[in-house]
Design a protein around this ligand. Sequence first.
Ligand SMILES: C[S@@+](CC[C@H](N)C(=O)[O-])C[C@H]1O[C@@H](n2cnc3c(N)ncnc32)[C@H](O)[C@@H]1O
Length: 374
Amino acid sequence: MSRSEGKQASLWKQRWVAWRNSVLSNPRFQQWAARNWFLRPFARRKAAELFDLVAGFTYTQTLLAMVESGLLKRLAEAPTDVSEAAQVADLSKGAAERLLRAAAALKLAQEVSPGLWMLGERGASLIPQEGAQAMILHHTLLYRDLADPMALLRQNREQPTELSEFWRYAARADADAEPSEMVAPYSELMAVSQGMVADEVLRSYRFNGVSSVLDVGGGHGAFASALAAKHQQMLIGIFDLPGVVEGARARLDSGFEFHEGDFFCDPLPQGYDCISLVRILHDHDDAQAHRLLAAARAALKPGGRLVIAEPMADTRGAKNMGDAYFGLYLWAMRSGRPRTRMELYKMLRAAGFRDFRAIKTGQPLITSLTVAFA
Ligand SMILES: C[S@@+](CC[C@H](N)C(=O)[O-])C[C@H]1O[C@@H](n2cnc3c(N)ncnc32)[C@H](O)[C@@H]1O
């Protein structure tokens, strides 16, 4: 499309959006749509979607209370009456019943007969997801940072936040000096939530022709372990900050190679024919992300490949995750941003990679996948 055609298309789009918005925000149209038998289901759905946005934080806090109180786990074990629920959650009977009813509205719980409760559909889906439950508990930090969103945005990432204190490498020049006990909380959270990411990556990409992988920012080695279980002949190395590698060494057997360093200052070890960056690049602002990609390019021989797995911006079916959730999460963390595929390709090209490919994943909500060749 030429520049003038692009300008024309943008003008048409502006006109269409302005017209649509004037219709949708017209109170007379809203009343008419709510009464019209043909449009009524559409109007109700739109109202419900809007209500979800308005009330979403109460849903999130109900979910947190169900996980934190142990009620979700208890409902998974056995049908539970309100007195038992009150005991498990250390609440009055009235408070426990209020929580259960809120959870039932959100399909986390279900009243199977008067006063007797079991898991609801969503509760049942959540129960095996230890990683998701750990993230729900972790979100108390983000929730505090977001309590005053305008204040958080106005701070322009210049003041410490709950999340920047938790992610010890974010917004810190001397991240490699963090002792292992300071980096253990985030490394453990990453390890417990890595399962679903590793499943998604290994189901979507076969690593054909790859005999050695360096997992950069590999944490305590959860992805490396999943990779080793699937590809038993593969040589796998983990590169991370010294305090984190100390934790990985203590958890993994001697079949792995361990490399300590700071990927912004130290060269990445050479000789691996693939480098993986799993949930790494979006943690860093553009200048740092570029340095990291250049370091990966320098460590790979021609034909070597880079595998990048992380949720991305502007992804069909995962826009809420990429743009809303990670947009605000990483802002609060004071480092990084979700990127669109085109932005990532541009950075890869600038770092000397060629032949970029998007690999389809079953759940882009969990991760997108890009492979690039040196
Ligand atoms: C979000 S975690 C992801 C961990 C793992 N890849 C996963 O998906 O579970 C980011 C990882 O990058 C590591 N990291 C951050 N900055 C680093 C740096 N400058 N040099 C080396 N590793 C770094 C952190 O210690 C952490 O293990």
